[in-house]
Design a protein around this ligand. Structure first.
Ligand code: PMP
Length: 409
């Protein structure tokens, strides 16, 4: 028989199905709260002014060509993204125990990390699973299972408090087999918008250190969450300071608005040790082989823009300004939505809308309410009640609040 005859129909990707339904809706009042991409107050995609400027500078270079990037990617990108993630004065960088590769955005970085662990970590610790938060970004589980690693979960979201289930999380980390891989969102957790506090991160690190767990950080929103690059990277830097061996997947999709350009990086950080420099070199050599067999060379266009901005102090300062504009607009929409709901006396508490951070809010709306918002008010969000805060603006926030009020009553 043909191979195709045994291939079953796959379910539609829920997010892309939602996008298609939104597109097909002809109501002028429709609101897209599904897609995880920034929109300005005019509901349109926003090209960051600093990205436009860097792009113009790059294009005006008469020497510009389209040769392959090195296998590990553009060196100005990888070296600057290390500093961005770990801090310019990171001892790990100074001690040459960090190795970085440019990847196909954050997805490619998560994949490369999972592939690396599947190939090497698994051979020493065969029963290793990767633990992901419940819930987590919808793509994590399939990226991990694609490389034949088992996925397990740790509790994260408490429906009762609409915040972090820190006790559940800590006890799951405690009872996981020693040397498990724990995937952690660095900031602006997707889909809940709930991040541990610094005190809670310290508790998480304490259990993980004691159990010799392996931290796998996923950083898709640095600077986009609080508007402050260092604050958003705090957890990673704290774990590095504690001497963990760890990996980081870094995306420039959201914080540069370069979604389709696929710019990102993967970092491996060795624990401090006399032989750390040598082990890091060996890791780099193996990562290069994995990269070669997967993509050969990463895409250059978005990476050039990011590298230009990260390596130019003037552009960097402008970028920070752009980040504050995006995160500030989102925070003001959180305040506006909560304010309207409280003004309307909508049943329930709404402080979680402003307590949560980043692109998303886990509203606590149930599947039925989500369905009603779509059929009655043309408001689109994922079934789990997650809304993209960037879809709200000064023109539609009251409309959305009134519609939520109606379905909650
Ligand atoms: N991890 C998380 C948690 C995310 O939310 C995203 C973006 N949705 C990514 C990784 C990667 O996205 P990209 O491949 O577009 O960088």
């Amino acid at each position: 028989p043909f191979v195709a005859s045994i291939v079953p129909q796959a379910p539609e990707d829920p997010l892309f199905g939602l996008m298609a339904a939104y597109k097909a809706d002809t109501s002028p009042q429709k609101v897209d709260l599904g897609i995880g991409a920034y929109r300005g107050d005019d509901a349109k995609p926003w090209v960051l002014p600093v990205v436009k400027k860097a792009d113009d500078l790059i294009r005006s270079d008469p020497e510009l060509n389209h040769e392959y990037a090195p296998i590990a990617g553009l060196a100005p990108l990888t070296s600057a993204s290390q500093k961005l993630m770990l801090g310019g004065d990171s001892p790990a960088i100074k001690e040459n125990r960090v190795t970085s590769l440019q990847t196909v955005s954050g997805t490619g970085a998560v994949h490369l990390g999972a592939l690396f662990l599947s190939k090497f970590y698994r051979t020493v610790y065969p029963s290793t699973a990767i633990y992901v938060s419940n819930p987590t970004w919808a793509n994590h589980a399939q990226i991990i299972t694609n490389v034949h690693l088992p996925v397990a979960t740790y509790p994260y979201w408490s429906p009762k408090t609409r915040g972090l289930d820190i006790d559940g999380m800590l006890s799951a980390l405690e009872s996981a087999p020693a040397r498990s891989v724990i995937l952690l969102h660095v900031c602006a957790h997707n889909p809940t918008g709930v991040d541990p506090t610094q005190e809670q991160w310290k508790q998480i690190a304490e259990v993980m250190k004691r159990k010799a767990h392996f931290p796998f950080f996923d950083c898709a929103y640095q600077g986009f969450a609080s508007g402050d690059l260092a604050r958003d990277a705090w957890a990673v830097r704290y774990f590095v300071d504690l001497g963990f061996e760890l990996v980081i997947a870094q995306s420039f999709a959201k914080n540069f608005g370069l979604y389709g350009q696929r710019a990102g990086a993967f970092h491996y950080v060795s624990a401090p040790a006399a032989e750390a420099q040598d082990t890091t070199k060996r890791v780099a050599s193996q990562l290069a082989i994995l990269q070669r067999s997967e993509i050969s060379n990463p895409p250059i266009y978005g990476a050039r823009i990011v590298a230009k901005v990260l390596n130019d102090p003037g552009l960097f300062a402008e970028w920070e300004e752009n980040l504050r504009e995006m995160s500030g607009r989102i925070i003001s929409m959180r305040n506006a939505l909560r304010g309207k709901l409280e003004e309307l006396g909508t049943p329930g508490t709404w402080n979680h809308v402003t307590d949560q951070i980043g692109m998303f809010s886990f509203t606590g709306l149930n599947e039925k309410q989500v369905g009603l918002l779509r059929s009655e008010a043309h408001i689109y969000m994922t079934k789990n009640g997650r809304i993209s805060m960037a879809g709200l603006n000064t023109k539609n926030v009251e409309y959305v609040a009134r519609a939520i009020d109606k379905v909650v009553r």
